[in-house]
Ligand binder design. Structure first.
Ligand code: F0G
Length: 460
């Protein structure tokens, strides 16, 4: 195993920096109002430390940038496509590859080829775009994550696990034929970046085999999940993250990937499948939505950067520093008794807004209000992951999720430990004046994925 006596310090150094604009409180107040109290609508130049997302925000390595210069911008059969195909096979073990412009492009194609009207797609907690594509294809998502995942205080190490009893009930009620696949995310985003254990995945594989149901893997953050397995699951402490990643993938039949996260690129994704027939269908559909099957909406150079990024993403030292930085921030917040989702997940700190602002009801959008307040305090941009993100059911009712969270998402290889200190200081300051924070009223609500574009006003 790698040296673990030193701290998680980064296994890289800086070669170039991007200068940031520092703002005043008055500037931020205006920017926030102009953005309708939605951090998605802020201009990035008005942000000091951007923790909106870990998606497409990573710093690429010198090798990836060198790879960009090796882009083969052919319409068909680009060299970079074949390199990416080889890397996906070697690192993840999946057979057939379809590049897409990002994760949701892959979700769209997958949902269209696999889901029929009236189908049910059980999954370990919903993700916004994933569920929407399932619904648009005529399916219905059913949550089969263990109950512990909905409890921010519960310290169970594998809160991404599936409750097989919940799955069994769904099969008994509807029949296995109604279930085109079980949708399994590694490092469950909406639960706080919580991992699924290898043991649970193996049991799920056995169970689904019995019923002839496929497993499709949302592998957006699979390396982070693998790291937690290495750190916490019996029998894995001497196995490399790279090998754990491959084992995880081996229990599933295909995957959608947003390479903008784990794979360290600013744009890109793919759909990968082991079944030739399904692959043929997907390969046919990709030309409708994304582009030819050897580029899928990406430039050759983007595929090259992705191929190189995938290799870097499964390096033990990289992932230890990545998650180490997240844990560093989380521990600082916990030391100040800020209520966060425990255990600390892989890609960010999720603050429990219900506990932080107990005087606000969920229809006053506590997480949205808290994200706005953090920005106002320090220019740190975070994201709501609560009732606004959850959206509405087809009958128009709000989903009212149990988790009402603000996500402090850490981009990969971008910020320093001193930045983490500034973020923690701001969270502490806002926590100390929490009783004065008021709620919000939604004044504009778009039809799909409302959290991206909704606008709010401050309640008095
Ligand atoms: N699946 C998961 C688990 C994700 O976190 C995301 C994106 C997607 C699929 C969709 O991928 O954005 O490339 O189309 N999550 C981003 C986030 C947006 O901020 O968590 P995409």
């Amino acid at each position: 195993m790698k040296n673990t006596t030193r701290s998680w310090a980064e296994p890289y150094k800086m070669k170039m920096v991007e200068l940031l604009k520092m703002t005043t409180n008055a500037q931020r107040k205006k920017a926030l109002k102009d953005a309708g109290y939605n951090t998605f609508l802020l201009k990035s130049e008005d942000v000091y430390i951007d923790l909106l997302t870990d998606s497409g925000t990573a710093a690429m390595s010198d090798r990836q940038w060198a790879g960009m210069m090796m882009g083969d911008e052919a319409y068909a059969g680009s060299r970079n496509y074949y390199h990416l195909e080889e890397v996906v096979k070697n690192v993840y073990g999946y057979k057939y590859l379809i590049p897409t412009h990002q994760g949701r492009g892959a979700e769209n194609i997958l949902s269209q080829i696999m889901i029929k009207k009236g189908d049910i797609i059980p999954g370990n907690m919903y993700f916004t775009t994933t569920r929407l594509h399932q619904e648009l294809a005529g399916g219905k998502f059913e949550d089969i994550i263990i109950d512990e995942a909905h409890d921010p205080e519960n310290e169970f190490p594998f809160k991404g696990n599936v409750d097989l009893n919940k799955l069994e009930k769904i099969i008994k009620k509807n029949g296995a034929k109604k279930i085109p696949y079980v949708s399994i995310a590694t490092s469950v985003n909406m639960a706080g970046g919580q991992p699924i254990s290898m043991q649970n995945l193996k049991e799920l594989r056995k169970f689904t085999n019995k019923h002839h149901i496929k497993i499709i893997h949302d592998m957006t953050r699979v390396a982070e999940n693998a790291y937690f397995i290495q750190q916490k699951e019996n029998g894995y402490s001497n196995i490399s993250v790279k090998n754990i990643v491959k084992e995880i993938c081996s229990y599933t039949d295909g995957a959608t990937m947003s390479a903008k996260k784990d794979a360290l690129v600013n744009i890109g994704g793919f759909l990968t499948l082991n079944d030739w027939k399904l692959f043929e269908e997907a390969r046919n559909l990709v030309v409708v939505y994304e582009g030819l099957h050897t580029y899928g909406g990406l430039a050759g150079r983007d595929m090259e950067a992705m191929a190189i990024g995938i290799g870097e993403s499964v390096d033990d030292d990289h992932i230890r520093a990545r998650v180490g930085q997240v844990i560093y921030l989380g521990e600082k917040m916990m030391a100040h008794h800020i209520p966060i989702v425990k255990p600390i997940g892989g890609h960010g700190i999720f603050v429990d807004a219900k506990k932080f602002l107990p005087h606000l009801s969920q229809d006053q959008y506590p997480a949205q209000a808290l994200a706005a307040e953090i920005y106002l305090d320090s220019g740190v941009r975070t994201m709501e992951r609560g009732i606004v993100s959850a959206g509405r059911k087809s009958n128009g009712e709000n989903y009212n999720p149990k988790l009402e969270l603000v996500r402090f998402t850490i981009p990969r290889r971008v910020y320093t430990q001193a930045h983490m200190d500034v973020i923690a200081e701001s969270a502490c300051r806002v926590f100390d004046k929490r009783s004065k924070i008021t709620g919000l009223k939604m004044i504009y609500e778009p039809k799909y994925l409302r959290f991206f574009q909704a606008r709010f006003e401050k309640l008095k």
